[in-house]
Design a protein around this ligand. Structure first.
Ligand code: SF4
Length: 366
């Protein structure tokens, strides 16, 4: 069952197309962790995370210089190659310069209709939450129009319940990874598949996966690592770490803990609760200062007996690269060695990274 999650990710386009045909409903692509998927779910559409591929961005590179973040370029490349032709809409949040540029690039160069720009404040504050709430209300109206379904307070609360349950299940898997019942690769497959399929179905799969994992003998070998990353949209890097004798115990990644940490308060007014959770709680360097991020990371590591930290930032990702020197200094002051990579999203780089990870793990083994 756990292995099947990886297949779901690899077959994600066929799975989404089959869902669309079966249900007669629409599929909406989303970028990053800042889009409240609950709104799409409540409008009876399927939200799917837009991911890139480790392949030559032959089409994407015609639109962007090669010295920018490779993740959005790779996503555009996939769209230009027709892999996202089944999408009925795309939501692009105001995350960083490159994702902002995606709004125009997808609008101008793809045939995908309804490319919606979601304004997200750059700083966390009560005014920011209120502003974000107003923008979520606009998004709600646009999704209602697109789907032909109105989103009631009840349907939104029901969506929040389903999503909170998924967060709880992923959190349980995260705790099981610490204890050795789930590997780093497996947890990442769980998170990525959650971003790509209907949440109730994923909740059922997760119930079975956790039961399966609970019956295993826990792994107790491997050097215990913490991974912080700007964007790892497949499991190759984690697989490499595990092949080199490392064990990822905890993480700080948009395709990891940042996706499912913190539930939405389902007692509060739904749009306000979504604004609060998605703006104020996701610990992303785009909107949090390094000290706050460091506090979050140390809390995440607490009790996990971490031996070293690997930081993987995509090249030209300003938000993550600016904070890196501060994080490194703070982590090393705590006695934690740090290995840093500037990722390119190519197959070839994995081989060069292998040598560095092997050497790092050897040093940590002492
Ligand atoms: S990895 Fe960084 S630069 Fe690239 S899309 Fe994400 S936030 Fe933007």
């Amino acid at each position: 069952m756990i292995e099947s999650l990886g297949r779901l990710r690899k077959d994600r386009h066929d799975e989404a197309k089959a869902w669309k045909e079966r249900m007669g409903k629409k599929v909406i692509g989303v970028f990053c962790c800042d889009v409240p998927e609950e709104l799409i779910y409540a409008a009876e559409m399927l939200p799917v995370r837009i991911l890139g591929e480790h392949e030559e961005a032959s089409e994407g590179n015609l639109h962007f210089p090669t010295n920018v973040c490779p993740y959005p370029t790779s996503c555009l490349d996939q769209a230009l190659k027709g892999r996202y032709d089944y999408l009925d809409g795309v939501i692009v949040p105001n995350v960083c310069d490159m994702v902002r540029a995606m709004h125009g690039a997808w609008k101008l160069n793809t045939d995908i209709p309804n490319v919606h720009f979601l304004e997200v404040p750059q700083r966390i504050s009560p005014h920011g939450v209120e502003f974000f709430r107003e923008n979520l209300a606009k998004l709600q109206r646009s999704l209602e129009e697109l789907s032909g379904n109105s989103i009631s307070s009840e349907s939104l609360k029901q969506a929040i319940d389903v999503y909170n349950r998924n967060r709880d299940l992923l959190h349980r898997a995260y705790e099981m990874r610490r204890k050795g019942h789930v590997s780093g690769v497996e947890l990442q497959e769980m998170v990525l598949s959650s971003m790509l399929m209907p949440k109730e179905e994923h909740n059922q799969l997760m119930d079975q996966c956790l039961e399966e994992a609970g019956q295993r003998h826990p792994a107790d070998d491997g050097v215990r690592l913490f991974v912080s990353a700007s964007m790892l949209d497949d499991t190759d890097f984690f697989q490499l770490i595990e092949d080199c004798g490392g064990r990822v115990i905890a993480d700080d990644m948009p395709t990891g803990s940042r996706y499912f940490f913190y539930s939405v308060d389902n007692e509060a007014e739904p749009l306000e609760a979504l604004a609060e959770r998605y703006l104020a709680r996701i610990p992303c360097p785009r909107k949090m200062l390094p000290q706050a991020r460091y506090q979050y990371i140390t809390e995440t590591m607490a009790g996990a007996e971490i031996q070293g930290v690997i930081i993987h930032n995509l090249k030209a990702c300003d938000c993550h690269l600016y904070e890196y020197p501060y994080l490194k200094e703070m982590l090393e002051a705590k006695g934690l060695p740090v290995l840093f990579f500037r990722g390119e999203e190519t197959e070839a780089e994995l081989e060069t990274q292998r040598d560095d990870i092997e050497a790092f793990i050897e040093v940590l083994r002492g």
